[in-house]
Design a protein. Structure first.
Lengths: 377, 377
């Protein structure tokens, strides 16, 4: 069994006030859920709570539970309803009360087994119960393995917007088993590829080219491709998080490529109409065209990105935004929580593998870029 | 006007990922609320939200608001109902939604003007909105000025227990105006003195002696005494927090002197029967007698602590716990969130100005110590 470890090195000086280093490892491999007990046991853990949703993850949760019990860790299991609606204060409150009922103490390890919703919700509840419990992220979807489970962002949604309540809370470890990707519905798997293309566009031209060369086998979920894809994506996300853990130097902002548009698309279309990755794919197309209209890059970049997204099965245009007033997009983008003082700020590529942050962009150019993706696909 | 600044130095290496240092200052003085605008302005803040409760703090909130507006900071004001019941997820949710409605961004400064409830609730909401806003603590009660506003602990209560949901979140600054102490009800003021006595007992024999020598003028809220009292207490709390910000090396645990007992007393008596400081006073008496029964110290220490608490008007015995089964106390203490693995752990003095952490204490000795404070006062 092949297993790759990625070290996430975080501000180890804070270890002067902590018995455990905040640094941790991301484990990527095939059929490695069954080895999780040994990893958690290394931490001298005697008790654990496994949180998953009521889906295929119940089965993954059982695998994880058996692995923990095999090394004599006592396990309680909690489940949440599947879907984005569980990323709510209501579910958080239920979990907090369950943790209290179970009389969990700070030595208890929490394991979040599932996609982004399970990871974000469980991470937030763990971050805030008794002012902080150790959490292991066990992502079982592509988007969670390459993105949401790495980097310590946790949170829930408010009626007014996504992720408005949350915390930066680094996991104790991440275990990404590519075997869990086999059972994903096709639309969900493909959606996760949008973040992968993003890493190529913002940070790594070689990886972008590898994606172009292997698009068919990626689309077919071949194991060798999945392994490299998840591993390299996790490395690239780690590279950014290590250098800007709390999104303040500006570096982490590069991860928002396509996302300012995507959030506006998701909100206006109504949550659930577009999957997040689909919105990101559309957002990257709007962003690359905006960059082109600002003369930041040449037409080849636009074409290569579009070609790769299409080959992977991602949307590059959509009819669902046709009836939405352009002012609605602008209003939502101005309210984005990374916005500072109302200024519209975009992360835009100037070539494949490199982005810049551009401020004070003409609203007309932004709406023109949006219009290029509004068509019958 | 006399103003004293205490520097809180926190892990400045993390400044590599932050444009502002996490270190901050505690300002202690008389009539300094009106200067807060200048302090906040130094941070290049253009917008602020002032949170207070519906009490005398509305008036203090107005003073703070005027001071901010005088330096051209735009201010929104929010209020919460007075009392411990506001330290709830319900109030937190209301504030999160209000923050969303006001479209607050990460450049907005939050100011918590009030006692421990306002500070803990507002601090937690600020810590978790948009994954973290800057918060200024403006404590207006004695217990908040000497204890709860310093050190970054924030949180709300669950039905199952106090402070079960929360975060470590350091303020951007603390402004403690001793002038606000004049209007406190006597019982509340006296209650705050319990934490002050605690600092003397755990860390500073000279300060303990100063308290003995000045007990009458402290009881009379004379300004010179208040100034020294708040300042020295804040310094001592800062000393501990700087060395163990997240309660992991064991040092910060010294602040729990009397508190393991106190939490059990508050819970069994029913919240509100005893003020927190009253419970701490009783808890310190149980703890010092437990230490005596373990031969950690001589009778003089017990007597000096009891004498000082009594002179300051604090209870050293109570009839309200008479009817409670000793098992109830033990059960609650075993559930304390600082408990690790069910072991009963106490912070006990071995002389005035110094404490040790003692594990695995005989339950019989613990219940005997509790019985010594259960009598008609």
């Amino acid at each position: 069994m092949k297993r790759h470890e990625i070290h996430v090195r975080l501000d180890d000086s804070i270890a002067t006030t902590s018995p455990v280093s905040r640094s941790y490892k991301i484990h990527v491999g095939d059929e490695i859920l069954q080895d999780i007990g040994a990893l958690v046991q290394n931490d001298n853990v005697q008790r654990a709570v496994v949180v998953s949703d009521q889906s295929i993850n119940e089965s993954h949760g059982r695998t994880v539970t058996r692995s923990l019990e095999a090394v004599s860790i006592t396990v309680d299991r909690l489940t949440i309803p599947p879907g984005e609606t569980s990323k709510s204060l209501t579910e958080a409150e239920r979990l907090w009360n369950e943790f209290a009922r179970l009389e969990i103490d700070r030595k208890t390890a929490i394991l979040a087994v599932g996609g982004g919703v399970v990871g974000d919700l469980t991470g937030f509840v763990a971050a805030t119960f008794s002012r902080g419990l150790q959490v292991w992220q066990v992502p079982t979807t592509l988007v969670a393995q390459v993105d949401s489970a790495i980097g310590g962002k946790t949170g829930v949604n408010l009626p007014a917007g996504k992720n408005l309540v949350g915390a930066f809370w680094q996991p104790r470890g991440v275990v990404a088993d590519i075997n869990t990707l086999k059972s994903l519905p096709d639309r969900e798997y493909v959606s996760g590829l949008a973040e992968v293309v993003k890493y190529g566009m913002i940070l790594d031209a070689d990886f972008f080219q590898w994606l172009e060369n292997n698009a068919i086998s990626i689309r077919g979920r071949e194991k060798e491709s999945l392994n490299h894809l998840v591993r390299r994506s996790a490395e690239l996300k780690t590279f950014v998080v290590e250098r800007d853990e709390r999104e303040v130097t500006g570096l982490r902002a590069c991860l928002n490529y396509g996302h300012t548009f995507a959030h506006a698309f998701e909100t206006t279309a109504g949550y659930g109409t577009l999957l997040h990755g689909e919105a990101v794919s559309l957002g990257m197309m709007a962003a690359v065209r905006l960059a082109y209209s600002l003369d930041l890059l040449d037409q080849t970049v636009v074409e290569r990105q579009q070609q790769l997204l299409e080959t992977l099965g991602l949307p590059v245009g959509t009819p669902v935004l046709n009836d939405i007033a352009t002012d609605d997009f602008l209003r939502i983008m101005a309210r984005d929580k990374k916005t500072v003082g109302g200024n519209l700020r975009f992360v835009l590529p100037d070539k494949i593998g490199h982005v810049e942050i551009i401020d004070h962009i003409d609203h007309m150019l932004v709406t023109s870029a949006i219009k290029t993706i509004c068509y019958a696909n």
